[in-house]
Write a protein that binds this ligand. Sequence first.
Ligand code: OSB
Ligand code: MG
Length: 374
Amino acid sequence: MYFQKARLIHAELPLLAPFKTSYGELKSKDFYIIELINEEGIHGYGELEAFPLPDYTEETLSTAILIIKEELLPLIAQKKICKPEEVQELFSWIQGNEMAKAAVELAVWDAFAKMGKKSLAKMIGATKESIKVGVSIGLQQDVETLLQLVNQYVDQGYERVKLKIAPNKDIQFVEAVRKTFPKLSLMADANSAYNREDFLLLKELDQYDLEMIEQPFGTKDFVDHAWLQKQLKTRICLDENIRSVKDVEQAHILGSCRAINLKLARVGGMSSALKIAEYCALNKILVWCGGMLEAGVGRAHNIAIAARDEFVFPGDISASNRFFAEDIVTPAFELNQGRLKVPTNEGIGVTLDLKVLKKYTKSTEEILLNKGWS
Ligand code: OSB
Ligand code: MG
């Protein structure tokens, strides 16, 4: 496959409510859609999921779009691509920049699935027709507001609830939710807000029958997480630490965690994610699909991988209306008895809703890629 043109669509969707974590707050979802068009006129789509600030990981929207324009698209432009697995190799000399790589690589996967007239889910070996999903709830002002929200999401059918926690917004909040919902599948995500000195507090969380505690320590703290995991009965789940299958191997050998939040964007795309899912299944690490407040294109990619057999635990893949008044794809993703349907149409299985997209588009840039193929 030769790609002839790329289109970079910069859009910003307002969030229905601000999303607050231990490191900051988002009021809107600012993102790019990377559209690649091949010689047969097939369009592949990827979503650039980096955030505006380098607070979740090092990348930002501006650094990622720069890497895409200056490094990744020229690599794509120079080469006939015979299968999507080649892209990871093609990009491998570039250190880091996983979200930039993923946005382009996932567009290539979509194009290949469409060329083969298969859904992306089928193409990557997924078998499920629908997937169980959970919801991630940001930090709230007070316990009452949080309880109301949990109640609302449980009523809507979400089977698993993740609470963001941060110093002084932890035990009290987790305890209240656990008391009110004794049977709920519940977990907490700290986004690196703690360190070894918070041991007693983290040990206290051990009593609330949580599914897991996600990323309590720093984004490079494999040893500290291993130290903590040995002293907790609750699973530790790593998110920010994991950028590749090598990181998962390191975590496994050190005993840093018993679960992995797998995000396509954070690990550089589908090829890397598939390796991680397989490694986790083989080594009995619970692997599940995380989220980045994605718009519809990113959400569609998440659903495809979450439809594989390794993913038994509900992902952070809520319906489009959990975050947005309207989504940029059609059909939008709807919750049905705690599940989302896995699209069966070709590729990601949804198409851009151009009317909605246009309303939220800030700029569009077209880049010609046919500059001498080899
Ligand atoms: O840590 O998983 C996280 C959102 C933005 C950045 C990091 C995280 C999250 C979430 C939301 O938890 C997951 C979702 O998209 O539903
Ligand atoms: Mg997380």
